[in-house]
Design a protein around this ligand. Structure first.
Ligand SMILES: NCC(=O)CCC(=O)O
Ligand SMILES: [Mg+2]
Length: 328
């Protein structure tokens, strides 16, 4: 067709590039994961996530107000549990006075226009670092679900807006939906970690919440998905949607954009990607070395989630990106 067709014609000027642009990143696409710890007026640096800190509740409240001001729609809370509170059965998960419930109540008191998302899984609370109860070396499904339902209900009681089961037990979405409804929380949303892979990209997160040392040389391959699989992700998402998930998530993000694309195309439900700690660490570390442009790579990686079909992204860059987007 050349020279009649010249693809470069539309790319020649800034205004034309903007005119033909197919996707955009907006502040409305961001969910900000935040690490929390016990204590007062403390921030603890996470060495494998440069610039990210674990915050005590007072600092969390400040950061949440800043996030709401920037119009970030939601925050996801991740507690670093005091090791003395970890047990074989993870009972601290359903203690209404646990760190995450206290943090949610403190945030809700502020009446911010900001959704609060809490994970449901036992890994922050167990000695072995697994997401469920362990019997004879195996993470047992149905017994775990009973505990997850209790955890979901105490989090909803504290004021959590979005319950996000990240455990990958079979059947937990339906069971948690029923438990929430029975407890009177018909309007608490569920974002299912529907296609969560057994990934090596979670390393820095486990440093941040302190579950890595508990997990040791263990892994989560009997419940999280094999990175080799894609059809299986469609079955997982289909089940979670049929059990009542309001939104679904694919995790990790960048190496799994094909999964995001398939989920959005096949199910047409609100679909999110989690740009996980290892992805954050890669971009941050390369930028610190002067090997990548931090701002450009951050924005490009997030735009690409949108192009793949994600309706939003959980990203540790959320606040930084929101500041850039709001500045125009
Ligand atoms: N359930 C939450 C996570 O496991 C986050 C993983 C990460 O950011 O690496
Ligand atoms: Mg599943």
């Amino acid at each position: 067709m050349y020279p009649q067709v010249r693809m470069r014609r539309n790319r020649r000027t800034d205004w034309s590039r903007r005119l033909v642009s197919e996707n955009q990143l907006s502040v409305n696409d961001l969910i900000w994961p935040v690490f929390i710890q016990d204590g007062e007026n403390q921030k603890t640096e996470i060495p494998s996530m440069p610039g990210v800190h674990r915050l005590t509740i007072d600092h969390l409240v400040e950061q949440a107000a800043a996030a709401a001001e920037l119009q970030i729609p939601a925050l996801a809370l991740f507690p670093a549990t005091d090791p003395s509170k970890k047990t074989e059965g993870g009972e601290e998960a359903f203690n209404p006075e646990n760190l995450v419930c206290r943090a949610v109540r403190a945030l809700k008191e502020q009446n911010l226009n900001l959704g609060i998302l809490c994970d449901v899984a036992l890994d922050p609370y167990t000695i072995h670092g697994q997401d469920g109860l362990v019997k004879d070396g195996y993470v047992v499904n149905d017994e775990t679900i009973d505990v997850l339902c209790q955890q979901a209900v105490v989090q909803a009681e504290a004021g959590c807006d979005i319950i996000a089961p990240s455990d990958m037990m079979d059947g937990r979405i339906g069971a948690i939906r029923e438990a929430l409804d029975e407890a009177g929380f018909q309007y608490v949303q569920i974002m299912a970690y529907a296609a969560k892979y057994a990934s090596a990209f979670y390393g820095p997160f486990r440093d941040a919440v302190g579950s890595g040392t508990n997990l040791g040389t263990g892994d989560k391959r009997t419940y999280q998905m094999d990175p080799a699989n894609s059809d299986e992700a469609m079955r997982e998402v289909g089940l979670d949607v049929s059990e009542g998930a309001d939104m679904v998530m694919v995790k990790p993000g960048m190496p799994y954009l094909d999964i995001v694309r398939r989920v959005k195309a096949e199910f047409e439900v609100p679909t999110y990607a989690y740009q996980v700690s290892g992805e954050f660490a890669m971009i941050s570390a390369a930028a610190q070395n002067g090997w990548l442009d931090r701002k450009k790579c951050m924005l490009e990686s997030l735009l690409c989630f949108k192009r793949a079909g994600a309706d939003g992204v959980l990203t540790y860059f959320a606040k930084e990106v929101a500041e850039i987007l709001q500045a125009g």
